[in-house]
Ligand binder design. Structure first.
Ligand SMILES: [Zn+2]
Ligand SMILES: [Zn+2]
Length: 263
């Protein structure tokens, strides 16, 4: 009944027990996964695509994480052009801007994100987008670049949303979905719960971002898709709705954005 809209199944952290991780997720009621290709080295994209080809519950994305923007050269560009055209690749990403860690210089991040947004538009694909920054700049610049490059011809999801309510509303107005991760369950993140509570479920998704961001009760451990229901139940409680209904709505949103029923 749950759908994990953003998880890094291809990450090395799952190399020893990937099949068991998927089995545990199924037992926990998770029946579909968006396996994010980027974030653990550009080469990791190939593994996400392979996993999607091998398992009907898994769908892949292909892209360049802002941390990896510095490594995006012509060889990587050719590799991704090949991978993105493969079967069961449903989105570009994750791509975006991260001015918190600054693992790649700001101009490099901006250039690569613009190119990824242009790819989304030219291929008519949605995007899974990462944005983080201590100042508002990352959010403002991300929105500006996305709208300039896509001209609103495609949509995206701002994954692991931790921004303000005001920006969330603007993002929804610009055609974005927002996805919440285990951070929504953290004891000290009451502010984020207030944001999630004020937003329409029709534009929300849930995710684990596994192997990172294990929810409350599992913190400090490796995260895995089996825990996505903890995020969903938290969202359901905030909205005063049954968990089953929130599972149905958030899964429907992800299926619509990523067009999973057309794959
Ligand atoms: Zn991310
Ligand atoms: Zn991620």
């Amino acid at each position: 009944m749950w759908l994990d809209s953003h998880c890094h199944l291809a990450a090395g952290e799952f190399d020893l027990d990937r099949a068991a991780v998927l089995d545990r997720a199924r037992e926990a009621g998770v029946d579909a996964f968006i396996a994010i290709g980027s974030g653990y080295g550009i080469a990791g994209n190939a593994r996400a695509v392979e996993m999607a080809a091998a398992d009907p519950r898994v769908f892949a994305t292909v892209g360049v994480h802002p941390h990896e923007a510095v490594d995006f050269d012509d060889e990587a560009r050719r590799l991704l052009e090949d991978l993105i055209a493969r079967p069961r690749v449903v989105a570009v990403g994750e791509c975006g801007l991260d001015y918190h860690y600054m693992n790649s210089a700001r101009d490099v991040q901006r250039g690569v994100f613009a190119e990824q947004a242009a790819t989304a538009r030219s291929r008519r694909m949605p995007a899974s987008i990462h944005v983080r920054g201590d100042e508002p700049n990352a959010y403002e610049e991300l929105l500006e670049i996305w709208l300039a490059e896509t001209r609103r011809e495609v949509e995206g999801v701002l994954h692991c949303y931790t921004g303000t309510l005001e920006f969330a509303r603007r993002a929804i107005g610009a055609g974005f979905y927002l996805s919440f991760s285990g951070i929504l369950t953290f004891k000290n993140d009451r502010g984020l719960r207030e944001v999630a509570k004020a937003l329409p479920l029709e534009r929300l998704m849930i995710e684990t971002d596994a192997p990172l961001l294990a929810p409350q009760g599992f913190r400090g451990k490796r995260n895995e898709p089996a825990h996505v229901g903890v995020v969903g139940e938290t969202l359901a409680a905030l909205h005063g709705r049954p968990a089953e209904e929130v599972a149905r709505i958030t899964s429907r949103n992800a299926r619509a954005l990523f067009r999973l029923d057309d794959v």
